[in-house]
Design a binder for this molecule. Structure first.
Ligand code: ADP
Length: 486
């Protein structure tokens, strides 16, 4: 296919119209399984970013006054349309993010559930009246949409990160401009084609792709933007938060994590291993809630390690488009290099390699970015892998003796997104989950991205929650109205 044929024609969706950037420079979209360029998308910048905010702020006045029932109907239609395109969306995601098709399909379903949930929540925006101490007064607390919102999303969940941010904003009555990650623009483009088919009023949803700092700076220095919702690295999140502070914009930040798993010797070992291996290797370890530190009680650590090894050896690594693939590539060469350097550092400092530990050559994917699923045991706190996010298919196993010791170790991190406990002792599950300084705790459960739950972190993992009964709060402001009556 020639370069020209691969150029996409739909790129930015601004004010209800598809546009391309005036600049000639493009972003190459790479298939991580093959290293091949699968599309070129022209690179937008400050100009397109401003046009998107012009559109979002123009549309805001009418959208916030659109009856909640109507906003809910449009979101519901979007939910149903997304399901119609499940296979196409999944194929695009696998092409540009590398994840196995079955995981991409699950992501579409999960992302669609957020749209449905927020369609349902749109009609549940309630105000309050409060008795005043002054009998002549009537006091009202009204909930109002905060204004135009900008959303910046990462490549590891190219679809569900978009719907998790856009759907509560729209439900609350906010308009939005989205910038997806440059690695995965094609999923976002397909999503906006679906948005167009559903027929939202023009300017309510806008898409810009391109130069991240230029787009981010334009948005954060524009007074019309009232909130930034971001998922990505702690480094970029801190920078955006600082910029948002200059105009006292609202922000919600879903940042990095370094999730500990505490495996006690009273757990159901088989079920525990199934959960942990599935979670660790989901998206090749490239998730912010991926188990990064697996603490196993010393009585069971050898058996645990052997059984994890057996299970991982039964899984297939390969091109995500193949039906029997369980584990795909990592996103790019830097992803491979990071995995290599974390493993090298751990081995130099005394860890033992149980499985993997090398870059993989996969038949038919010679230029792909594959790293072998890896188990390290004897890991300790001196090693980089014990405190830095790996974002790769590496399971580092630590051993511990006491509950108190493992709680202290688990909390000894700047991050505070997700933690997990495996135990059959009810009292311990309460004690430990209360002692863990994390936004989310799974007890005998590693699946935390559930629409009814509240996804988000504490400490340097960020603030704000996505999903659950409070999800719209992030896009609403309380207006206090006081009336003196005669
Ligand atoms: P990752 O390491 O997972 O790629 P990043 O935080 O670098 O995480 O990226 C997450 C999102 O933040 C992406 O959409 C990326 O383009 C965007 N981003 C990166 N740098 C900036 C920036 N300076 N301003 C605005 N957005 C940025």
């Amino acid at each position: 296919m020639s370069t020209k044929e691969k150029q996409t024609t739909k790129e930015f969706f601004i004010n209800g119209v598809w546009q391309t950037a005036e600049e000639n420079s493009t972003i190459d979209v790479i298939n991580p399984a093959t290293g091949e360029c699968v599309a070129h998308v022209s690179k937008g910048g400050a100009k397109e970013a401003k046009l998107a905010i012009d559109a979002a702020s123009e549309a805001f006045g009418a959208w916030k006054k659109t009856p909640a029932r109507e906003r809910a109907n449009l979101l519901w239609n979007l939910y149903e349309k997304v399901l119609d395109y499940q296979e196409e969306l999944a194929e695009i995601m696998t092409l540009e993010a590398g994840k196995p098709l079955k995981q991409s399909r699950m992501e579409v379903l999960n992302g669609a559930e957020y749209i449905r949930w927020n369609a349902e929540e749109a009609r549940r925006i309630y105000g309050t009246t409060v008795e005043s101490m002054d009998p002549s007064k009537r006091l009202q607390l009204k909930k109002e949409a905060i204004g135009p919102v900008v959303a910046i999303t990462p490549w590891n969940f190219p679809f569900s990160m978009i719907t998790r941010k856009l759907s509560p904003a729209l439900a609350a009555g906010c308009t939005v401009a989205l910038k997806p990650a440059e690695e995965t623009p094609l999923t976002a483009i397909k999503f906006f084609e679906i948005v167009e088919e559903v027929g939202f009023p023009k300017g309510v949803l806008n898409l810009v792709i391109g130069d991240a700092p230029a787009i981010g700076d334009t948005w954060l220095s524009d007074k019309r933007v009232r909130k930034v919702t971001f998922t990505g690295s702690t480094k970029v999140g801190k920078m955006l938060y600082e910029k948002a502070a200059q105009q006292v914009k609202r922000a919600s930040m879903e940042l990095g994590g370094h999730a500990p798993i505490l495996v006690f010797d009273d757990c159901d070992l088989e079920a525990t291993i199934q959960q942990i291996v599935r979670s660790k290797l989901n998206n090749s370890g490239q998730t912010c809630i991926s188990p990064n530190r697996i603490y196993v009680h010393e009585n069971i650590v050898d058996e645990f390690t052997d059984k994890c090894k057996q299970l991982i050896q039964s899984m297939n690594v390969g091109d995500g488009t193949k039906d029997d693939t369980d584990i795909g590539p990592v996103i790019n060469e830097q992803g491979v290099q990071k995995a290599e350097s974390h493993v090298k550092d751990a081995l130099e400092k005394g860890a033992t390699l149980v499985l993997g530990g090398e870059k993989l050559q996969v038949d038919g994917c010679e230029n792909g970015f594959f790293y072998a699923p890896t188990i390290l045991k004897g890991v300790d706190e001196t090693m980089e892998i014990a405190y830095a996010e790996t974002f790769g298919p590496i399971a580092p196993i630590f051993s511990f003796k006491t509950e108190e010791e493992v709680i202290n170790k688990a909390n000894d991190t700047d991050y505070g997104l997700a933690a997990y406990i495996f135990t059959n002792d009810l009292s311990r599950s309460h004690r430990v989950s209360e002692a863990l300084e994390f936004g989310m705790v799974g007890i005998n459960d590693t699946v935390l991205s559930q629409v009814e739950g509240a996804f988000g972190g504490v400490k340097e993992s960020g603030f704000g929650r996505e999903g659950g009964p409070d999800t719209l709060e992030g896009f609403l402001e309380t207006k206090f109205i006081s009336t003196i009556i005669k």
